[in-house]
Design a protein around this ligand. Sequence first.
Ligand SMILES: *Cc1c(COP(=O)(O)O)cnc(C)c1O
Length: 412
Amino acid sequence: MAQLNDNYLKLKAGYLFPEIGRRVKAFTEAHPEAVKRLIRCGIGDVTEPLPSVVVMAMHRAVDEMAVRDSFKGYGPEQGYEWLRSAIAGTDFRAKGLDVADDEVFVSDGSKCDCGAILDILGSKNRLAITDPVYPVYVDTNVMAGHTGEADALGAYAGIRYLPCTAANGFTSEPPLEPVDVIYLCSPNNPTGATLSREQLRDWVAYALKHRAIILFDAAYEAYISDPSVPHSIYEIPGARECSIEFRSFSKNGGFTGVRCAYTVVPKSLQASTADGEFRSLHPLWSRRMTTKFNGVSYIVQRAAEALYTVEGQAQIRALVAHYMGNAALLVSGARTAGHTVFGGINVPYIWVSAPSGYTSWQAFDRILGEANVVITPGSGFGSNGEGWFRVSGFNSRANAEEVSQRLQALRW
Ligand SMILES: *Cc1c(COP(=O)(O)O)cnc(C)c1O
């Protein structure tokens, strides 16, 4: 008798985005005249076409694949050396950060890597995860059997939730008790909060003291405009001994549909065996990649490499400026309408308070029904997101302007 993985049955049935879809469908069926007016600011997906350096690099790579002499089959599972070297050189060493080429592992996405990293970590680790949170961190641990059941509010037994609220600026300090694995995302999706150098120092000191590992998701690194906000956890001394960093080309290069990301696993990062002996994680991750992954396509790696050219870096800045221009319009519209607003400065999302007396879903329904705009209810990211909603700046300028106007026109 084959058995399934019972842990999957603990998952709260992918509630957020299906429920948004269901409500939007019900609304458009009841109001077909409003379909043309509908603007989606819900899912965190980019909208603008690929940078031209990327398009040209992909065309060239396709042409190489079309000729026997330059055709490429399987590449190195960890990524081509020229891409690992461009990444480590540009994103780290040029900024004075110590990351070697072979500490960079190229993959098809940070979402996958955030889940896959659990392969090389033990099953008894005590987890600390912020609330609200990018749901992938929680759900991958549930699937791996690292939690108990969820309670009525959706909180899983066995996870130490770190409450992030308006009172603490949606950031969390280390807990008083020891934990073993900590998920941090800065700049944050969904709240837009960033961790300062001092806050990251506290986390690194905590991790070194408790021999914990920080899983640092820097997917929005390119959007940081505040010069005091660290771009990488490795800016903090000691982080190489306690941190793994996830980076993605999804948001900086618009690669959500192209698929390329990377993970940094420093060779100096160690964790304990069941017998209490400390061993390096780097060879384990390398082994994991060579066994379970066969590399990102050559064409896509050439596309990612193009982002590291001078033109590529300029084109990233232009894309970021476009989305951040949208975020600024949304921030000012929501503030004029009387909302409290976080985010929109170092990340293209704005995190908005629902008017008092409204839950996140009640705000969702009114914004959909009256402004014909789809947002994301904050409660879908965790119980501390209740009373908040996320509006995405990933859109055309015209749509962002229109949404800003409509938020102001809404009478609550
Ligand atoms: C978009 C995003 C990513 C990127 O995921 P990919 O799989 O690389 O597309 C990672 N983390 C967060 C928090 C994100 O919002």
